[in-house]
Write a new protein. Structure first.
Lengths: 286, 217
C-alpha cells in the first residue's frame, strides 16, 4: 500500500478504503492522498454514490425491469461444468466469435426497429392479452375475457422487446407497471408523470385506469376525476370516454353509463372498442 | 431428521456476508454456495451497475440490454485467475462486502466505457472528463464557501485549526463536501471517519466558520 500512496488508487483499493479493511497506516496514507488528489477523490465520491443504501423509486423500476427478464438462477448451474470454468469460458475465442455474430444481429435488428419506429410517437402498445376491462392510452383492441384472478401481478407478461421500446420516462414506467397489473407502482409513477405533463390526456387516462383497477376505497372517484380532466383537455379522447362509462357502470349509475357509451360511439364507430360498446348497449336492453 | 443437504442449505442461508464470500473463495467450483451468493447479491450488484452506468451518462433502455451480461461479468471477474479477486477480499463487515462488490461493478462499467472509446489510453480510473453532468454532485455546496475555496489556501487554513484533532482528515472531509458535493450522510458512510451525520455536520460547520473568520481577518 505504501507504493499506492504515491500513485493513484484504483477502484479496488478505494473499495478497500471504504470497506474499512486497510491498516491504520495505509488508511492515513490513503486519506492524505485523497485530500490532495482530485481524480482519486472524484472516483471515491463516485463509488460512495454507487454504494448508497437508499434505492430511489426510479432506480428500483429499472432494476425490477432487468430482474424480471434475467435468469433467476445462477446461469452457471445449468450444466455440470465447473463454475469457474464456465464463467471463464464465456470469454473464450469461440464465444467471442459467437458474441460478435449475435451483436451484429442485435445491431441490425435495433437499426431496423429504430427505422420502423421513426415518427411513431408516442410509442404504441403491441397487441397484448387484455387483463382488465379499462382502456389504456393507445391500446390496440383485444377482447376482454373475465377470469377469477384479474388482479394478480404479472411481471413477465409483456416481453423484453416491448420494454426496450420504452424510453423509461415516468409515464412509460407507469404504463409498464399498469400492463403488469402492478397498480400501486403504476399509480406512483403516473402521479409523478402527471406533475410533469399535467395537460396530457394519455397520462391522466392511464392514471385513472390504475386507480380504477386498483380496487381501493375511493379509487373510482379518483379515476373519474382523472378521466374528466383528460376529457377537459380533449373532449373527444376515446379511451377516457370509454373508461368514464365503465366507472359509471361500476358505481351502479347505469343511465349515466349508457349516456357515456352513446357519446363514445360519436367519437368511434368502427373499432373493436366500438363493437364492445355496442354489445354493452345491446346487453343492457336499451 | 435433517438430511445432510438441508443441513448444508440452512447453513449457507445462515452465513453472514463475509462468511459467504469466504465460502465462495474457498469453493470456487461449488455451485450451491455460488447460487446462494448469486441470489443474495444479484439485485445489489445490478443496483451498483445501474448507478455507475447512469452516472457515466448511460440510459435505462441500454441498461435493460446490458445489465444481466454485466452481472455475469462481475461474477466472472470474481473467479478469474483462480479466484484472485474474491480471495483478495479481507473485509469483515457488510459495508466492506458492499464496497468490494461496488468497486468491481464500477470497474465493469468503466471497462465497457473504455472499450467504447477505443484508442484511448488504458487507465484504471474514470477520468473526470468522462463523467457527464448527470453524475456531478447532487447536492449544492454552500455557495459562500465554494466562492471562498478559490480565494484562500484551504489546506493552510485548516492545518492551523487548533480545535481539530485530525486536520488531514478534516481537509478530506471538507473537499468531499464542498468540492465533490457529497452530503453529510454520504460522507458519514466512510467507516474510517467514525462520525455520525450530526457529528459530521458539526465538523463541517466548524471548518466553514473558520474559513469565514479567516477571510474577515
Amino acid at each position: 500500500m505504501g507504493v499506492l500512496a504515491l500513485s493513484h488508487y484504483n477502484n479496488e483499493s478505494l473499495g478497500d478504503y471504504l470497506g474499512g479493511v486497510l491498516s491504520l497506516k495505509d488508511e492515513a496514507d490513503c486519506e492524505r492522498h485523497l485530500a490532495r488528489c482530485d481524480s482519486c477523490r472524484q472516483q471515491l465520491s463516485f463509488l460512495i454514490r454507487v454504494m448508497d443504501d437508499d434505492l430511489a423509486p426510479d432506480e428500483a423500476a429499472v432494476i425490477d425491469c432487468v430482474e424480471a427478464f434475467g435468469p433467476r438462477r445462477f446461469p452457471a448451474f445449468d450444466e455440470p461444468m465447473k463454475v469457474s470454468e464456465k464463467l471463464q469460458s464465456w470469454f473464450s475465442p469461440r464465444w467471442r466469435l459467437g458474441g460478435i455474430a449475435a451483436g451484429l444481429m442485435v445491431c441490425v435488428s435495433l437499426a431496423l426497429a429504430l427505422w420502423l419506429s421513426v415518427g411513431s410517437s408516442p410509442p404504441r402498445l403491441a397487441s397484448i392479452e387484455r387483463t382488465f376491462e379499462a382502456r389504456i392510452a393507445d391500446q390496440p383492441y383485444s377482447e376482454f375475457i373475465r377470469t377469477r384472478n384479474q388482479s394478480r401481478v404479472e411481471e413477465d407478461r409483456s416481453g423484453k422487446s416491448e420494454l426496450t421500446r420504452l424510453h423509461a420516462s415516468n409515464a412509460d414506467i407507469g404504463r409498464f407497471y399498469l400492463m403488469s397489473n402492478n397498480f400501486a407502482q403504476a399509480i406512483s409513477y403516473l402521479e409523478t408523470a402527471k406533475k410533469e405533463q399535467s395537460a396530457s390526456p394519455q397520462v391522466r387516462n392511464d392514471l385513472g385506469v390504475a386507480y380504477m383497477e386498483s380496487g381501493k376505497e375511493g379509487s373510482l372517484q379518483r379515476a373519474m376525476a382523472e378521466f374528466e380532466e383528460a376529457l377537459r383537455v380533449n373532449p373527444k379522447y376515446a379511451p377516457a370516454l370509454f373508461n368514464v362509462a365503465l366507472v359509471y357502470e361500476r358505481l351502479g349509475q347505469f343511465p349515466e353509463a349508457e349516456q357515456r357509451l352513446r357519446l363514445y360511439l360519436q367519437a368511434d364507430q368502427d373499432s373493436g372498442w366500438a363493437k364492445e360498446v355496442k354489445s354493452k348497449l345491446q346487453a343492457s336492453g336499451r | 431428521m435433517k438430511t445432510q443437504d438441508s443441513f448444508e442449505t440452512n447453513n449457507r442461508a445462515d452465513l453472514n456476508a463475509r462468511e459467504l464470500l469466504a465460502e465462495c473463495a474457498r469453493n470456487l467450483d461449488d455451485a450451491t454456495v455460488w447460487e446462494e451468493f448469486y441470489l443474495r447479491y444479484r439485485r445489489k450488484i445490478l443496483t451498483f451497475l445501474w448507478r455507475a452506468f447512469r452516472m457515466s451518462g448511460g440510459r435505462p433502455h441500454d441498461f435493460l440490454q446490458l445489465g444481466d451480461d454485466w452481472v455475469q461479468e462481475v461474477f466472472a471477474k470474481l473467479v478469474k485467475n483462480n479466484g484472485r479477486a474474491i480471495r483478495s477480499f479481507r473485509g469483515l463487515t457488510d459495508v466492506s462486502v458492499n464496497a468490494f462488490l461496488a468497486s468491481i461493478a464500477v470497474s465493469t462499467v468503466a471497462d465497457h466505457g473504455r472499450s467504447q472509446r477505443a484508442g484511448r489510453r488504458r487507465t484504471q480510473l474514470v477520468s473526470f472528463a468522462d463523467v457527464p453532468e448527470a453524475s456531478l454532485p447532487h447536492g449544492r455546496p454552500d455557495s459562500t464557501v465554494s466562492a471562498l475555496i478559490d480565494l484562500i489556501d484551504v489546506e493552510k487554513a485548516l492545518k492551523g485549526d487548533e480545535e481539530s484533532k485530525n486536520p488531514e482528515r478534516d481537509l478530506l472531509i471538507f473537499r468531499l463536501h464542498f468540492v465533490e458535493g457529497l452530503t453529510a450522510r454520504e460522507i458519514s458512510s466512510i467507516p474510517s471517519f467514525k462520525l455520525t451525520i450530526s457529528g459530521l455536520e458539526k465538523v463541517l460547520n466548524r471548518m466553514k466558520n473558520r474559513l469565514l473568520r479567516r477571510t474577515q481577518q
